[in-house]
Design a protein around this ligand. Structure first.
Ligand SMILES: O=C(O)c1ccc[n+]([C@@H]2O[C@H](COP(=O)([O-])O)[C@@H](O)[C@H]2O)c1
Ligand SMILES: Cc1cc2nc[nH]c2cc1C
Length: 359
């Protein structure tokens, strides 16, 4: 609990003066004011996080892998063994996140935080807390102290990555059943009904989808999570993967490092982190809008907008490389675009436009 407490206390607001300085530079670049839209906002936010107007990023996607006891209720189209198989495949370079991460030179950190299988693979970091959670439709998924430990694993992983020189983090996960736990976490932390936020995950029939809604309702009913305490929510109706990623968001904010959300599950983790300390929101960049129906509500609860909508719903962190590309574009803009002082051809015209706008 000490690491979690001290980390939450160490988180500071963004550097407002650096944000102002960034906007001065952005508005002085050779373009109409605001014309690079979200790229400009990203650049300013990054400056507020790191304190630098221009940043070189070393990128890493943390993939938290864990099993979920609730799968025995028939809430997923996939057998739970897929968790183990895909976790192994992350180390073979063949999954979705592997190939996209390769495009932008991002490294992967694969963490076994609770898979119900043993790995003999040096590329999988063993931080196993339990061999999968318990079935939340019957009892709490885990104990409070196990949720705290899982969060601390995430903090430790990011602390280590920052020590190694990584300064842009992505979040991914693998865990059959984790769209059920994520939906339950969202319901508990909002006023939303299960009907609105439960989706078909990796793929369900309409009939199975209805059953999944009932399972989420039952889990919330029997566990009665304390909606004011995200750790209680995580322990009762969450998962080890979500808790571990929640720790990654805390760790990133503590270390003043930007961190990217992938899909529905990693946004559930981000929501828990933001509820633990609202300052964390300013360190987070959502990548895409997951096709899972609850994703848009998750974004609303966090209070952020995703950069793109690609109708993706793979998880794994597969959306993070696209956000990395856009974030790096914002740094390219800050580094390489000319300022009005440099651009003498259109100078007078653009300055006129800027002055008109100012009036
Ligand atoms: O992140 C998302 O938006 C997302 C949406 C649907 C499914 N997934 C992935 O699919 C798995 C969970 O699906 P399910 O149906 O078993 O809950 C898990 O391994 C996730 O990585 C991920
Ligand atoms: C193949 C497969 C890959 C995945 N990656 C994340 N969730 C997944 C679910 C399946 C079924």
């Amino acid at each position: 609990m000490e690491l979690l407490k001290s980390s939450l206390h160490q988180i500071k607001p963004l550097y407002e003066d650096k944000i102002q300085e960034a906007w001065q530079r952005i508005d002085n670049l050779t373009k109409p004011i605001g014309s690079l839209g979200t790229i400009e906002k990203i650049a300013a936010k990054i400056s507020g996080i790191t304190g630098n107007l221009v940043n070189d990023f070393r990128k890493n996607i943390v993939i938290m892998c864990a099993d979920n006891g609730v799968v025995e209720e028939g809430v997923s189209a996939c057998p739970k063994e897929i968790t183990k198989i895909v976790t192994q495949n992350f180390t073979r370079g063949i999954t979705g996140v592997c190939v996209f991460a390769d495009m932008v030179q991002a490294d992967l950190t694969v963490v076994d935080i609770g898979v119900d299988a043993e790995f003999n693979n040096p590329k999988i970091i063993n931080k196993k807390i339990m061999w999968g959670t318990k079935n939340m439709a019957k009892e709490p998924a885990m104990e409070y102290k196990e949720a705290v430990r899982a969060i601390e694993v995430g903090i430790e992983i990011v602390d280590e990555l920052v020590k190694k020189g990584y300064n842009l983090i992505g979040t991914g996960e693998m865990g059959i059943g984790n769209t059920t736990t994520s939906a339950a976490v969202l319901c508990a932390l909002s006023n939303l009904e299960a009907e609105v936020v439960v989706g078909k995950g990796a793929g369900l029939t309409d009939e199975q989808h209805k059953h999944k809604i009932e399972v989420v309702k039952k889990a919330l009913y029997i566990n009665r999570p304390n909606t004011k305490d995200p750790i209680d929510v995580l322990s009762k109706v969450g998962g080890l993967d979500i808790a571990g990623l929640c720790g990654c968001f805390i760790g990133a904010a503590k270390n003043r490092v930007p961190i990217v959300i992938d899909g529905f599950i990693s946004s559930a983790a981000a929501l828990c982190a933001v509820r633990l300390n609202p300052l964390i929101k300013d360190y987070i960049f959502p990548s895409h809008l997951s096709a899972e129906p609850g994703a848009r509500y998750m974004m609303k609860e966090i209070g952020l907008e995703p950069m793109v909508n690609l109708n993706m719903r793979l998880g794994e962190g597969s959306g993070c490389p696209f956000a990395f590309f856009i974030i790096e574009a914002s740094q390219k803009m800050m580094r390489d675009m000319g300022s009005f002082e440099d651009a003498n051809i259109v100078n007078d015209f653009l300055i006129d436009i800027r002055e008109e706008k100012a009036i």
